[in-house]
Every structure is written in C-alpha cells, then in structure tokens.
Design a protein around this ligand. Structure first.
Ligand SMILES: [Zn+2]
Length: 479
C-alpha cells in the first residue's frame, strides 16, 4: 500500500436557487466514493461540498417568495445538506458562501489581486443572462437566446472591474500542457487547450447593480461577481487568509482534486488557475470533468417533469442502493443515459439477487452448521487492489464490475459445489464455506466506498462470534 498522503477533494458548490436533483447527487456521490476510498487506504482526507448563495437570481427569487435573500439561502442550503446526509455522503465541511469566513477570505483574495495590479476599472457593455449570472458573447447565443436558459439576454452597460486574464494565459496554458495542472479525462484537456486558440478576454470580476454579494474591499459600491467569489470557496474553506497552517496542509501539501460536470470547464480549468496565480497561490493540481446525462433517453428538465429527487430514491431503495444505481449507469467522464425506468430491475438483479442473496445463502449455510467456522477468516486485499486500480483513474463502472464479477464467480462456485447436499460437518463443505466467507469479506471491503452500510454490515455478519443469516441486505422490489 502506498504511503499515507493527504487528499483534498471538492465538488462544485451548488447554486442555492436550485432544488437538489440527481445531477448534484451524481457528482457528490462520486466525490464521496473517492473520499472514502482514500480514507480506507489510510490517507488523510478533506472532502468539501456546499452551496453557492449570492447573485441576482437569489435576490429575485427571495423577492418573489417574500423572503430576505438570506432566509431563502438558509432554507435551500439546508435542503442540500439534508439530501447529502441522507445519501450518507461523508463531507468534512459544508461551505456556504454566505459564511462570514468565506466573505472575509474573498475580501482578502480580491484585495491581493488589486494590490498586485491585476484588476483595473472599465466599462462593460454586454449581453447578460440572469440565469447564467454571466455575460454571453454573440457567438454563444443560439437564435439570439441563451442556449441553456432559452431566454433573450439583456443588454447592460455598467462600471466594472476587470481581471487581467490575458496576462496569465500563457502561464496557465503551459501548466496544462505539462500536466502540472492535470485535466482529466484527456478529451477535456484537449477541449481546454482549444479554448486558448479561440482567444480569451479579460473578464469582469464585479457587478454594479447586484446588491446580494460580497463587496469589493477597494470599492464598496460593487459586489464581487458571484462565480468569481464562488470559485474561492475552494481556498476559503481550508483557511485561506485566516489559518496558514491548515491552508498549507490542504492546498500546498495535499493532492487537490476538483470534481465537476463539464459545463463549468472554462471557469475551473482556465479562470480559476489564473486567479490563483495572480493572487500568488499555487494552481489546483488536478481537475476531473464528468459528462452530462439524459434520463431514459431524454434531457432532464422541469418542463418534462423527469427531474429525479434523490430523497425519493433514498426512501425507496435506501442510500447504498441509490449510490450504486446512480454511479453504475455509464462510464464516469463520458456522457450517458440514466435508465431510471430500469432502477427496480437493476436493483433486483445486482443487489437483491446479487450481493444480497449471496450473503444470505452463505451465512445460512454456516448457520446450519452451528454458525462457526473452523479457522479465523483469512481475507486477501487482491479485490481491493483491483478496485483501487480503477478508482485511481475514476473508473467507477469498471471498479463496480470488479466486485460484481467476484460475486458472480462465487454464485457459480456455489452452484457447482452444492454444499447444501453435504453433511454440515463434511470437511469439504467446511473448507468451501471457509474460503467463500473469506472472499465475501474481501468483497465487502472493496465495496465499502460505494456502499458503506452494506460493506460494514457484511463485515459485521461474518466477523461475528456466531454467523447467522439474519435479515436480507436488499429486500426484493415487488412489481
Ligand atoms: Zn443562461
């Protein structure tokens, strides 16, 4: 096993105006699997997630709901946190950009950029999409509309402060080319490098007309652009500007991985490293961008009514099965389809009839013989190592395939060996059950990052002083 190291993993912070849906769950479950896997390997881990709470859209929604922006944020942020807790996500810190600590860190960060001469005053005229919280270029519009929100952007002129992005582009590009800022998968690295060719402009870091935000320390009449300060959550959460020791530990010494969907590639892979360099800080070590998914072949949208609430899934299938069902659908990093109409079928096939049934049958056979094995159980870490080989590359579906093939293999051996036809004290039967239980324990260890409750329950069952069949891990879904 590799030497103990430090691992800092983040998800994007989620816009508080949204309701938690399986898109948020998908990214955050993936981050949780990695966090748990690193903890199992003995690494020291810091897992960060949270909510992005400023901007015009929150202001508007709060007004519509007759609430103050903060009241709205408090309520919605709590929904995200509760959802993530119900999915058994083991985040170490849930950041909110309305936290005092974040606001202070942002003020320090922006002041630094100002003092270093990387911010200048200008006028901005542009097409602004309230949905995106962002100015759009003519090129980005489709039929004169924002391609994401399908609304016509507003023409806006205002005083703004700009960040000297162009000054940092050659350096950022070089770091990406040399993998000193590692971007995965490979096609996303290519996509990022392609953006440099298109010509990137200095961008605005402030807004004049928005009130719900963090004021610029050097001009209180402006607030920091919501996504500019949101990016800074990755450093404010670990002590930027207020705890040098903690900051050094997680930003300088740790392996940093930012995990996200591909729609925010430019902000994370180019703008964020440039901002960090300008502030005199190291850029992130690594970014991984996963793909988009459809649900039953259709784009997820409110109007189609196919937005899935992860809380409903947890109620029906439990946290472990929900984690499994979401992560096992298609290779991470690619675009794919979540076959929600097949959830029941998949649950029965892979969990109830798969690992669940195997554990019950083997425990039952051991219980029939008195519930004891002859020797102390021996487990090997070969399965964990094989799973690790894939998790190293964020190949979740391939990692799942490893333990599923082990489960199939044991099912096959059980059918062939037919231990139930032998007397309970038959030597071959005892030997077979001894070995099988050992392999099940190894599988339990390897599945723990994916299904932590199941992994722990199996280990508890087979390491008990008396092994019993007990309740099924995954009761079958009835039609
Ligand atoms: Zn938009």
């Amino acid at each position: 096993m590799s030497t103990k190291s430090k691992y800092y993993i983040t998800t994007p912070i989620y816009y508080v105006n949204d309701k938690p849906h399986i898109g948020h769950a998908y990214t955050t479950i993936a981050a949780d699997v990695l966090a748990r896997w690193h903890r199992l390997k003995g690494d020291e881990v810091f897992f960060l997630t949270g909510t992005d709470e400023h901007g015009a859209k929150v202001e508007e929604s709060a007004k519509k709901a007759g609430k103050s922006p903060l009241e709205l944020c408090d309520e919605n942020s709590e929904k995200f946190k509760k959802t993530f807790e119900s999915l058994n996500l083991s985040f170490d810190y849930f950041i909110r950009t309305t936290d005092q600590r974040h606001k202070e860190a942002v003020a320090k960060f922006m002041q630094k950029l100002w003092e270093n001469g990387d911010i200048y005053e200008g006028t901005y005229e542009g097409l602004y999409c309230t949905g995106c919280e962002n100015f759009l270029t003519e090129k980005e519009l489709v039929n004169g509309k924002c391609p994401i929100h399908l609304t016509v952007p507003e023409k806006i002129t205002e005083k703004n402060y700009f960040f000297k992005l162009k000054k940092y582009l050659p350096q950022v590009k070089e770091l990406i080319e040399k993998d000193e800022i590692k971007i995965r998968p490979e096609d996303k690295k290519k996509e990022t490098l392609g953006l440099f060719q298109q010509g990137l402009e200095d961008f605005s870091v402030s807004r004049e007309r928005v009130k719900w935000g963090i004021p610029l320390p050097f001009d209180q009449s402006q607030v920091t652009y919501v996504w500019v300060e949101a990016l800074q959550n990755y450093v404010s959460a670990i002590g930027y500007g207020d705890n040098e020791k903690e900051f050094k530990k997680w930003w300088i010494e740790a392996d940093v991985l930012h995990l996200m969907a591909k729609d925010i590639l430019k902000f994370h892979c180019i703008y964020w490293p440039a901002l960090l360099l300008a502030a005199g800080e190291k850029p992130p070590k690594e970014l991984f961008l996963h793909g988009f998914f459809t649900i039953n072949g259709q784009k997820m949208s409110k109007s189609l009514g196919n937005v899935i609430d992860p809380n409903e899934m947890v109620k029906k299938y439990g946290a472990d099965a929900t984690r499994y069902l979401l992560l096992s659908q298609f290779p991470f990093g690619q675009d794919g389809d979540i076959k929600a109409e097949k959830f029941d079928e998949q649950y029965n096939a892979y969990l109830a009839n798969g690992i669940g049934n195997l554990v019950s049958r083997v425990a039952n056979l051991i219980e029939q013989g008195g519930g004891q094995l002859n020797k102390k159980l021996k487990t090997s870490d070969l399965i964990f190592k094989e799973v690790s080989r894939h998790l190293e590359k964020l190949e979740f579906t391939e990692a799942i395939a490893v333990f599923e093939s082990e489960i199939n293999n044991l099912d096959y051996k059980l059918q062939k060996e037919k231990p139930w036809e032998k007397a309970v004290n038959d030597e071959n039967r005892l030997k077979f059950l001894q070995e099988t239980a050992g392999t099940i324990l190894a599988i339990a260890n390897a599945i723990e990052p994916f299904m932590p409750e199941t992994g722990a329950a199996i280990q508890k069952k087979f390491l008990a002083s008396k092994i019993t069949k007990g309740q099924p891990l995954f009761p079958r879904m009835q039609k």
